[in-house]
Design a protein around this ligand. Structure first.
Ligand code: C2E
Ligand code: CA
Ligand code: CA
Length: 753
């Protein structure tokens, strides 16, 4: 708000304000009557000299005076007849006309009078002028003009149209006479202006004070209100009349009072907080209070500015709520949950009490979303959140971390771990019960299952990130047990951590060339003549030493990199065979490599396999593929075609670990295998256990019947070999009795030279 232009405006409009015009008209009432009588008196005296002219002069003058009286009367009757400006103009014109006609005495008639009448004229005009000083006082400009019109011509006449030597002196006195009132007028005029300006300014300030959207108040040392504006009362809801007696200690809400008091002793204060008004309306106010002092710098009270920040505060609250709550269920979201758990561990109760955390994850929720649509998914989540809220007591806090994951925290259940655990079981039951009844949504009956991971939060345990991680882990453990419920288990967690670390390292293993190829010979049972070899992978882990495939192959499957590794191994095996062939060391029937049956599903597996052999200039019979019985059973339907295709192209396949998958041989005969590798399990106790040898005999019979080559795995002792010899001759074996898997150079040296 710019004050200056407003000031000028007010000044302009107040130049001719109601007060001024009314005063002019009111004062004119008596003065016009006096003037009328004065004109009659002058005419009576001067008629002796000029009977006709003076009479006419007096009549004209009095007509004007009567007109002015009439306007005064009209103004009194009805001010609104004309605008203020018009009333002012009427007054101005008529009064100046009156003055002009009256002044003709001084410059026209005066020449024709004798000294006595001349003096009379001077006195009379002087009388008129001084009369106007009183009646025209409110408007300085009219007053000065009026006096000037009457006196100035007279002064000129007295000086220049010399009526006699003494008139100069008279004129001089007249001038002096004029200077007095005129300067007085000018002074009042200037003062008036200043006064009006000051008044305008204070009006503005008053208006600002009164109408500001800011509560303003001042108070003395005893907290009595001295002055307060409308907004102050809006907020504090007091009848305005009563503020004179209002003491701030008696506010309906005492919360801001501390700050109001402190202001006087300690200086400026700010209160930003809630305030409940007399009519129980809740506000959020921002109040600044400042001390004010007297001339001697002694604090004598305070000034306060209050702003109603309720709307802003509400909006902010709403935003805060949204940022911490899930918009679908209105439960806490991840952020709200994190805040909550931080509060939980910082609470005093956390020093001595156990708390419970339940991590609830729906099974197959993604499937529901995909098949029934997201709207349905949302309805299910809402229904579940409704059931949770209904089933759990007030102590429990429920959050939805997004998706189908809910976390329930029950704080400070017990100070004894056993009791805490019992509590955990009770709550688990409640949570499981929620899913016992099917859900009916849009007339569809849905059974929903869930897994629950449980963490018992120890007293004084502060690491919230770790609690969340343990919750995650417990859920992982729950999903991997068949009860669907698991308490967080530190041992399993350790194992899991190691696995994760390994999985991470795996990503770099092939890049860093950490995989190594080992070869184990396969020999004839009768004369131990070298027949072929199996390639077995090893991982030279930078810190853990050499790892065996059982320790990392499952991870490579999980990480989805086994296929890549297999292709890489195949290339290396091909290179190896090429080298042996080049050095004339190749005296094996084939090298076998292990392939997981799942990999067979890859696009054009057989073609790719053959292409790689060809690119190295190898024969398709140089490499055999070993596929475990178990993995074939798992992927039987698609393995069939690929194995057929490989067989057609001359690539041989073996059933590995035969006997562990409980499949019937005739069933496997449907696939085009030509070698059977009998699992180590059946050889282990063959000397002591005659049942094992009977079983082995029957497999050997069937194998022979279907014309399989048979390899016995894991032969470690001479005794085992002898027992096997008694069962049949046309067999081959692989085992520590001949050699452990060896590095390629060792294998070459020992078996190929
Ligand atoms: P497998 O195919 O049955 O391989 C034979 C396993 O028995 C090898 O273990 C070998 O070292 C071990 N073995 C051989 N003779 C004896 C013995 O006399 N006594 C004992 N106790 N063990 C013997 P390894 O090398 O640890 O391989 C374990 C399994 O890992 C393999 O079983 C195979 O299924 C898998 N594997 C090995 N290399 C690869 C590979 O390159 N690709 C894939 N997909 N799997 C592989
Ligand atoms: Ca094998
Ligand atoms: Ca095997």
């Amino acid at each position: 708000m710019k004050i200056k232009p407003i000031l000028t405006k007010i000044k302009e409009s107040q130049e001719i304000d109601v007060q001024l015009v009314s005063e002019l008209y009111t004062l004119a009432r008596t003065s016009l009557v006096v003037l009328f009588l004065l004109v009659v008196l002058i005419a009576t005296v001067l008629r002796e000299a000029f009977p006709v002219q003076i009479t006419i002069w007096a009549i004209i003058l009095n007509i004007f005076i009567i007109m002015r009286m009439y306007t005064v009367y009209k103004f009194k009757q009805n001010k609104n007849l004309y605008s203020l400006k018009t009333w002012y103009k009427i007054f101005l014109v008529l009064s100046l006309l009156t003055a002009t006609i009256a002044s003709s005495l001084g410059y026209y008639f005066i020449y024709y009078f004798d000294a006595y009448h001349q003096l009379f004229v001077v006195t009379a005009l002087l009388g008129m002028a001084s009369g106007s000083i009183v009646s025209l006082r409110p408007d300085t400009r009219i007053a000065i003009a009026y006096i000037s019109i009457i006196i100035l011509p007279l002064i000129i006449s007295l000086n220049f149209v010399a009526l006699g030597a003494k008139t100069h002196a008279l004129a001089f006195i007249l001038v002096l006479y004029c200077i007095g009132p005129i300067s007085m007028f000018l002074k009042t005029y200037a003062e008036n202006r200043q006064y009006k300006e000051a008044k305008a300014e204070s009006t503005i300030l008053k208006n600002i004070f009164k109408e500001a959207p800011l509560g303003i108040f001042s108070y003395d040392k005893n907290l009595n209100i001295l002055e307060a504006n409308n907004e102050f009362f809006n907020i504090f809801n007091r009848s305005k009349k009563s503020y004179k007696h209002l003491n701030l200690r008696n506010l309906s809400d005492k919360r801001p009072i501390d700050n109001i008091i402190k202001t006087i002793t300690k200086g400026a204060q700010t209160y930003n907080g809630p305030y409940t008004s007399l009519d129980q309306k809740d506000y959020w106010i921002h109040m600044n209070t400042f001390p004010f002092s007297n001339g001697d710098n002694v604090t004598i009270g305070g000034i306060g500015l209050i702003e109603d920040k309720s709307n802003e505060h509400d909006a902010q609250k709403k935003l805060e709520f949204q940022s911490k709550h899930d918009s679908l269920t209105l439960l806490l979201n991840r952020r709200g949950f994190m805040d909550y758990i931080k509060e939980l561990v910082n609470d005093e109760n956390h020093h001595s009490y156990y708390s419970l955390l339940f991590y609830l994850d729906l099974d197959q929720f993604k499937g529901i979303n995909d098949s029934l649509g997201h709207a349905m998914g949302d309805k299910i989540l809402l229904a579940i959140s409704g059931r949770l809220l209904g089933a759990l007591d007030e102590k429990a806090t429920i959050s939805r971390l997004g998706g189908d994951e809910f976390i329930i925290i029950v704080p400070y259940v017990a100070s004894d771990k056993k009791i805490a655990k019992e509590n955990a079981h009770t709550y688990t039951k409640i949570l499981q019960n929620i899913f016992e009844q099917y859900f009916i949504i849009d007339d569809i009956h849905l059974y929903i299952k869930s897994s629950i991971g449980i963490v018992i939060i120890e007293p004084n345990y502060m690491d919230t990130e770790e609690i969340v991680r343990q919750a995650d882990m417990s859920m992982y453990q729950a999903k991997n047990t068949n009860t669907d419920v698991a308490f967080y288990n530190i041992e399993m967690d350790k194992k899991q951590k190691e696995l994760f670390a390994l999985q991470h390292d795996l990503a770099f293993a092939s890049q860093n060339n950490e995989f190594d190829l080992f070869y184990q010979p396969i020999v004839d049972l009768v004369d131990s003549k070298l027949y072929s070899a199996e390639m077995l992978i090893r991982w030279k882990h930078p810190t853990r030493g050499v790892l065996r495939p059982d320790e990392f192959i499952p991870l490579t499957i999980k990480a989805g990199i086994l296929s890549k590794i297999t292709w890489w191994l195949l290339e290396r095996v091909c290179e190896q065979i090429v080298e042996w062939k080049k050095n004339n060391l190749w005296k094996l029937e084939y090298i076998s490599i292990n392939v997981n049956a799942q990999q067979l599903v890859e696009n054009n597996f057989a073609q790719k396999f053959i292409r790689i052999l060809e690119s190295h200039g190898l024969n398709t019979k140089d490499i055999m593929i070993e596929i475990t019985e178990q993995s074939i059973i798992d992927s039987f339907s698609y393995a069939q075609d690929v194995i057929d295709a490989l067989h057609t192209n001359g690539i041989r396949c073996a059933i590995d670990d035969f006997g562990t998958g409980y499949s019937s041989l005739s069933y496997l005969k449907k696939l085009s295998f030509d070698t059977l590798k009998i699992d180590r399990e059946f050889i282990k106790d063959i000397q002591e256990n005659s049942e094992e040898s009977t079983f082995l005999t029957s497999i050997l019979d069937v194998g022979k019947h279907f014309n399989y080559n048979i390899i016995i795995e894991g032969v470690e002792t001479e005794g085992q070999r002898d027992t096997l010899l008694s069962l049949g001759h046309n067999l081959r074996f692989q085992g520590y009795l001949v050699a452990k898997p060896l590095k390629s150079d060792e294998f070459t040296k020992k078996f190929l030279h």
